[in-house]
Design a protein around this ligand. Structure first.
Ligand code: F6P
Length: 324
């Protein structure tokens, strides 16, 4: 193992820079040459693979986004696209590849590893936290805190105006951000893809909860089966005469911002471990966290399983929302 390339892929996530920095610095300290692939797999196809040094990763641990850039490359899904990528990887004699991204990005890497001789290690990086085999993905903690801060702000105005707010949060098809943000912000309800949405029941609960309160906040996961915040609001409106309803879609603000200390530390540890695994001759592994410990499993295990939301938290939220 001499030349290790790192790339960030899929949606960016706060902490990706801390991870790239750790990969580069660990490589340099062990006498390996680190490379960065610009704009994910698309940059690999286009041959944008650059040698990285200390100066390239200076002053980035605290920055959101990814200095390498990222993309959701359609071309990489084709054999022709991957062949172009392979040519460029060979040109630079890359023998190890570290992919920071979601399970779609890992899938791409496993196909690549079947088509050429290259060792691959996946690091889970997405705000959605929807990867099996890790308690936390890089970026999730920061995004969750961003959401909670935004909900707190909406609470101020909702309370001032006696309003019911439906707040839509990201998470693709998973409810990690929604459920945990609901718990952390004291929301009056949460709609997540993991539970079927029942509009009549929701109306009943909002009315019950709203009694004696100045505001109600319902967190809606973007992947909820009942629709987004606006759709949910429109569905309950006919049954909520006399209530002042509003919705807010938090959107991409959830993906930006300086990573939390938690994400920086997680990303740094995972980046260092990825280089160590490659040096030990390991391949096709995905790093994960289990409590405070870092673990690894085969990438296929990560891809073939779905991350499961802790539904005991949903039960707890329901208990907190049930008036005795
Ligand atoms: O996977 C991260 C994520 O932010 C999801 O929560 C969201 O559904 C999606 O990416 C949005 O993707 P894009 O930025 O490409 O619109």
């Amino acid at each position: 193992m001499k030349n290790i390339a790192v790339l960030t892929s899929g949606g960016d996530a706060p902490g990706m820079n801390a991870c790239v920095r750790a990969v580069v610095k660990t490589c340099l300290s062990k006498g390996l040459t680190p490379f960065g692939v610009m704009d994910g797999y698309q940059g690999m196809i286009e041959g944008r693979i650059e040698k990285l040094g200390y100066g390239d990763v200076d002053n980035i641990i605290q920055r959101g986004g990814t200095v390498l850039g990222t993309a959701r490359s359609q071309e990489f899904l084709t054999a022709e696209g991957r062949q172009k990528a392979i040519v460029h990887l060979k040109e630079q004699a890359i023998d190890g590849l570290i992919i920071v991204g979601g399970d779609g990005s890992f899938k791409g890497a496993t196909i690549l590893a079947e088509e050429m001789e290259i060792a691959i290690i996946g690091i889970p990086g997405t705000i959605d936290n929807d990867i099996a085999g890790t308690d936390h993905t890089i970026g999730y903690d920061t995004a969750l805190n961003t959401v909670v801060e935004a909900v707190d702000k909406i609470r101020d105005t909702a309370s001032s105006h006696h309003r019911v707010f439906f707040i839509e949060v990201m998470g693709r098809n998973a409810g990690f951000i929604a459920l945990n943000a609901a718990l952390a912000s004291g929301a009056e309800g949460v709609l997540i893809p993991e539970e079927v949405t029942d509009i009549p029941l929701l109306v009943k609960q909002i009315k019950e909860q709203n009694k004696g309160k100045r505001s109600s906040i319902i967190i809606v996961a973007e992947g909820d089966d009942g629709g987004g915040a606006k759709e949910i609001m429109e569905q309950v409106r006919p049954f909520m005469d006399g209530y002042d309803l509003r919705y807010s879609i938090l959107g991409h603000v959830q993906r930006g911002g300086n990573p939390s200390a938690f994400d920086r530390i997680l990303a740094t540890r995972m980046g260092g471990m990825a280089v160590d695994l490659l040096m030990k001759g390991e391949t096709n592994l995905m790093i994960g966290s289990n409590g405070d410990r870092l673990i690894s499993q085969t990438i296929l295990e990560g891809i073939n399983h779905s991350a499961t939301l802790d539904l005991e938290k949903l039960d707890l939220l329901k208990d907190l929302l049930t008036k005795g």
